[in-house]
Ligand binder design. Structure first.
Ligand SMILES: Nc1ncnc2c1ncn2[C@@H]1O[C@H](COP(=O)(O)OP(=O)(O)OP(=O)(O)O)[C@@H](O)[C@H]1O
Ligand SMILES: [Mg+2]
Length: 262
């Protein structure tokens, strides 16, 4: 009598093994291991320059690692180009918002759909007749995502005209439009006030409730400790601690390297 396959409980969605990235003499990531469980909200914290954004850059294929391996659901991503990773379900937002400012909110989100349509990146924006049905479907999908993030009323505003908090929301909407399995959020609450931070936490919870696994970089400890079931701490490219929020708050190395200074 054999039980269920071990894979169902123990295999992480994301596995990072011995990931290393150097920039000249700086070791941004020094043989980092990380496992993110399926459907987790997993935090990544640490002081400025710890390597958090570099981790996301390597996970999304923006930066090639010097060594190490990245797998998603057992599929090796390490050498895949970014667009293939997006198609496999890895998507991210940026520490500094990156939107097409002169395009509308809706158009920005429609661009996020391109990896799920046949016509490619520009298809949603082209008005060729034979693309009409695909364009209409893309538009409906994008409108549904905007409704979900609470921006339906601003679909036709130019992205650049939105308040900062709404720009961040638009970026999350564009990422959601790709239908990610793993969503990487790089400081989603940076620059937000208390109210906006609570709202973004609520949005992250609702995304998570749709079975999206979330890896969250954030300096706002209220957000990290309130949302994450597990937290990894980086310092100078090294993993110095990992555990649940209570363990992390009490960890002497983490207090010394990061929390104590805040
Ligand atoms: N493209 C690059 N070229 C050279 N050095 C880089 C590059 N990207 C990152 N670094 C360096 O790698 C280290 C890690 O940077 P990274 O941006 O990953 O830190 P971080 O943890 O995201 O910090 P922060 O909290 O300030 O966003 C830093 O010393 C940084 O200067
Ligand atoms: Mg960063």
């Amino acid at each position: 009598m054999s039980g269920p396959p071990a894979r169902s409980v123990s295999t992480p969605l994301l596995a990072v093994e011995q990931l290393t990235k150097r920039f000249g003499r700086v070791t941004a990531l020094g043989a980092v291991d990380l496992r993110v469980a399926e459907r987790a909200i997993h935090g990544v914290i640490g002081p400025n320059g710890a390597g958090k954004t570099t981790l996301f850059n390597v996970l999304t294929g923006l930066v090639a690692p010097d060594a190490g391996r990245v797998t998603l659901g057992g599929i090796d991503l390490t050498r895949l180009p970014s667009f293939r990773r997006t198609a496999l379900g890895v998507c991210r937002t940026f520490q500094n918002v990156r939107l097409f400012g002169s395009m509308t909110v809706l158009e920005n989100v429609m661009l996020g759909r391109h990896c799920r349509t046949r016509g490619g990146a520009l298809a949603p924006l082209l008005r060729l007749p034979w693309r009409a049905s695909e364009r209409a479907a893309t538009r409906r999908d994008a409108e549904a995502v905007l409704e979900f993030v609470g921006l339906a009323g601003k679909a036709h505003h130019r992205a650049v005209d939105l308040p900062y908090g709404d720009q961040r929301r638009t970026e999350i909407a564009r990422a959601l439009a790709t239908e990610p399995r793993l969503l990487l959020l790089d400081e989603p609450a940076a620059g937000m006030n208390e109210t906006e931070t609570v709202e973004i936490a609520d949005l992250i919870r609702r995304v998570h409730a749709r079975d999206v696994t979330i890896l969250l970089i954030e300096h706002k400890m209220s957000l990290v400790m309130g949302l994450c079931e597990r937290v990894t701490v980086l310092s100078f490219g090294e993993k110095i601690a990992e555990g649940d929020p209570a363990e992390i708050r009490a960890d002497a190395r983490v207090i010394e390297a990061y929390l104590g200074a805040r």
